[in-house]
Design a protein around this ligand. Sequence first.
Ligand code: ZN
Length: 167
Amino acid sequence: MDDRGIAKVPFDVATYVRNMQGGRCFICALVAGEPEAFHEVVYEDDDHIAFLNRYPTLEGYVLVCPKRHLEDVIRDFSEEAYLALQALVRQIGVGLQAVLPVERIYVLSLGSLQGNAHVHWHVAPLPPDVPYAQQQYHALMGENGVIDQSPAAKAELARRLREELQN
Ligand SMILES: [Zn+2]
């Protein structure tokens, strides 16, 4: 547990992988408003949606996505569309730095054509004072546990971030 009372709990990676490899694209389902795909949305416009990661390895871990089901993070984007998405990635990082104590913002694109193929950028804030050996990939991997945060705490964090992003 860190000094803000945030603890990590074990994460069932095998079940997560099974869910990601079966069924419908969870990002398209979220965009379509399907209740089972609910996530705390922090930003939305005609082309983009950003929301709190359901299985955050860091508090405030946001995924930033095009609403369209695009799968290739480079080829499926015009330069203009790519830069628009990156502007949002930056804006989310600025918002996170305003609402949480942050030592470093991690930004990366992952996903797989074998599951969660819909392009999404990870914007993950590392809190201060995490020992070096527990930063970077260690901090991001579900195998090392996920943040145990109540739905109410997640909703409150999303509310503060939405408010920050509207300013
Ligand atoms: Zn999709």
